[in-house]
Design a protein around this ligand. Sequence first.
Ligand code: PLP
Length: 478
Amino acid sequence: MDHEEFRRIGKETVDYIADYLETVQTRPVYPGVQPGYLRRLIPGEAPQDPEAWEDVFADVERVIMPGVTHWHSPDFHAYFAPGNSYPSQLGDMLCNALGCVGFSWAASPACTELESVVLDWLGKMLHLPEHLLAGTAGAGGGVIQGTASEAILVAMLSARTKVIRREQQASPESCDHDVMKKLVAYTSDQAHSCVDKAAMIAAVKLRKLPTDSDFSLRGSTLSAAIEEDKANGLIPFFCCATLGTTPSCAFDKLLEIGPVCSKEGMWLHIDAAYAGSAFICPEYRPLLDGVEFADSFNLNPHKWLRVNFDCSTMWVRNRADVVDAFNVDPLYLRHDNQGLVTDYRHWQIPLGRRFRSLKLWFVLRMFGVKGLQQYIRKHVSLAKEFESLVLSDDRFEVSAKVVMGLVCFRLKGSNSLSERLLQKINETRKIFMVPAKLRDTYVIRFAICAATTESSDIVHAWNVIREQADGVLTGIQN
Ligand code: PLP
């Protein structure tokens, strides 16, 4: 494909994308294919000779689309909101075109510098404490990780290195392994499974602590667990608090947890993967009070801030803590300004990194703070609208407080009723939702996801739910 051909085909592809997103709701939101469907549709080997673009592109509708779950359809209500917008897509196009791999400042100075500045912008929108921002002379700063899972892993590994060094200073005869086998991390029983995964990779114990009736982790619960573990000779070193848990969007009590972590010299990480974006609205910012205790904090603009996957923003109090944990420095990666500038390869697991700040920058500029606040508020108000519909039908109950764009609900009665209901709903392929367990209770999660979701889509979804509930409940009676 030469430049001229790319110009022509590229424009056609942009048209295809705009058509797709404009008409996405005409497609069933969930695919009807069976496992292994795709292997039957394409050859088992790559072609020896080049193929024409027209043939390749025709396979998008024939091979790909039948197996796509349409995350940006207003009928998609699963997981959490996925970010999407044209400014973000354009940022990604440009990122791909520049194709730089910004592992060091020298690898592409704009890639590093824009990321630091844009993370300061977003940090200021969130009213993060000054010490988490890079500014011009701060010890902290922001970085874009691919996912919240990576952010949490980076935080946990950094905390592990820090505590190992501290313990070895106190007992120089102890080796890494002596310390590691005593380390214990904490999170709530509502935290995302990526915290478990981080602990597996870091090879440290993780205690998942019980939450209160609102599914929030309390400081007293953390304190009690720490005391017990210290009495057993363990070393508490890390706590991951969640703001906006995955099952029900609950909020841990940061103002209680923060002082406990400070007193114990533990690293506090805050995972606000989904809900964090809402803190750009002054009315939700109080939920972030206590962030001043945090050593690190992450949120996913690729969830709720109009940025396409992948873009998980992370801020750290002391970048030296992270750099110390990940600093490898072969000659071929060094440059003349080494030590004077940020080299993001020391802040993450992989070496290579994309120019992801471009899409975030485009989004912040083209929506403005006000546009993004409006978007968050609209999602929350649609969730409240759905909550009212659920509450208006006495066969149903709402299972957790509705604070953001997520409603957990169920049919009153046994878990199996709601399980059956969700199965019937998803079989229609008219809307798509996923379940969660809140302790022993099975709930259906209704998330406001697409940027284009309107009130009429909420009514449509509720009609599908009610209709299927009629069938499930009639089936039970007969
Ligand atoms: N933390 C929370 C609270 C989440 O809800 C999720 C995903 O939904 C994650 C972490 C994991 O996110 P990622 O896919 O960016 O690793």
